[in-house]
Design a protein around this ligand. Structure first.
Ligand SMILES: CC[C@@H](C(=O)O)C(=O)SCCNC(=O)CCNC(=O)[C@H](O)C(C)(C)COP(=O)(O)OP(=O)(O)OC[C@H]1O[C@@H](n2cnc3c(N)ncnc32)[C@H](O)[C@@H]1OP(=O)(O)O
Length: 253
């Protein structure tokens, strides 16, 4: 079974992480398949926007696969993994078409970082999101803090990061992290199509031009370099006992 599925519907393409038994955690296969689907969507001139989501109703994404990545011990080992997913996030952040994360359920750790890499975030009321990395003795490791500072004001981003708390999506809406909350009772795909309709300009060239001005801004702000620095700092913390003890505790629970 594919760990990431790809479905084209009109001008939208749906990219779904499909590992519900581990809350859509990200392993190396997921990273490779995300990259490959992004390439397909970029090349297809009929695609104007991608919707990134997770399988099932419980979780959007629970971040890195702690069972698999727990075997990474040194800074160098961690850096390889973190940089690989950092490249996926940078690719999404600089993707030439519209990118939307639909938080079908909880988003935690790297799952929140992944959502942050998209232009827009849609969610359901009553769900949770949290940059909980601090509770594992690490920081965001895929460049998500750098990107979060681009999405919301740093004075709103810092408390999310410092507290490591899981917040309600309603609070995410209030601080502008989430762009809109959908209605649980209505068909989701139709609601997302309605929400995005006004943003989908008939001309792909117009859409791509506006996106390119935003990407210029990311270049000017040295976002790639800052993401790399963030990734390296997480790799440094990854090798510490505090991190491994916290992951052990999670896996033993
Ligand atoms: C690596 C990069 C780093 C970053 O840059 O940000 C990270 O992403 S660190 C990872 C941060 N993520 C977490 O710490 C999330 C851990 N998961 C949870 O908090 C919870 O599982 C949940 C997502 C809130 C769901 O809770 P619940 O409904 O109570 O389910 P369980 O906890 O019982 O989980 C069921 C099953 O799934 C496995 N699982 C969950 N998350 C992961 C994960 N990220 N990686 C691997 N496996 C995961 C969990 O171990 C259970 O497995 P079994 O016991 O074998 O059924």
């Amino acid at each position: 079974m594919e760990k990431v599925t790809y479905k084209k519907m009109g001008s939208l393409c749906w990219i779904m992480i499909n590992r519900p038994n581990v809350h859509n955690a990200i392993d190396y296969d997921v990273m490779d398949q995300l990259m490959s689907h992004l390439t397909t969507a970029e090349k297809d001139s009929g695609v104007k926007a991608i919707i990134l989501t997770g399988a099932g109703e419980k979780t959007f994404c629970s971040g890195g696969d702690l069972q698999k990545f727990h075997s990474l011990h040194t800074k160098e080992e961690a850096l390889v993994m973190l940089s690989k997913m950092g490249d996926v996030l940078y690719r999404i952040a600089t993707f030439p078409k519209i990118t939307v994360a639909f938080l079908n359920g909880t988003a935690v750790g790297g799952g929140c970082e992944l959502a942050t890499s998209c232009d827009y975030r849609l969610a359901l009321p009553g769900n949770k999101f949290g940059f909980i990395q601090g509770s594992l003795g690490i920081t965001t490791g895929w460049g998500g803090t750098t990107l979060l500072m681009e999405r919301i004001h740093p004075s709103l981003a810092l408390p999310l990061l410092h507290s490591c708390e899981r917040k309600q999506t309603e609070e995410g809406l209030k601080i502008g992290f989430i762009n809109s909350l959908l209605n649980r009772e209505e068909p989701i795909e139709a609601q997302i199509e309605e929400w995005i309709k006004p943003l989908i300009h008939p001309s792909l060239a117009v859409l791509q031009s506006y996106k390119s001005y935003y990407i210029d801004r990311l270049h000017t702000l040295d976002v790639k370099v800052r993401m790399e620095r963030e990734i390296e700092q997480c790799a440094t913390l990854w090798q510490e006992k505090e991190h491994h003890d916290a992951v052990n505790a999670f896996l033993r629970k």
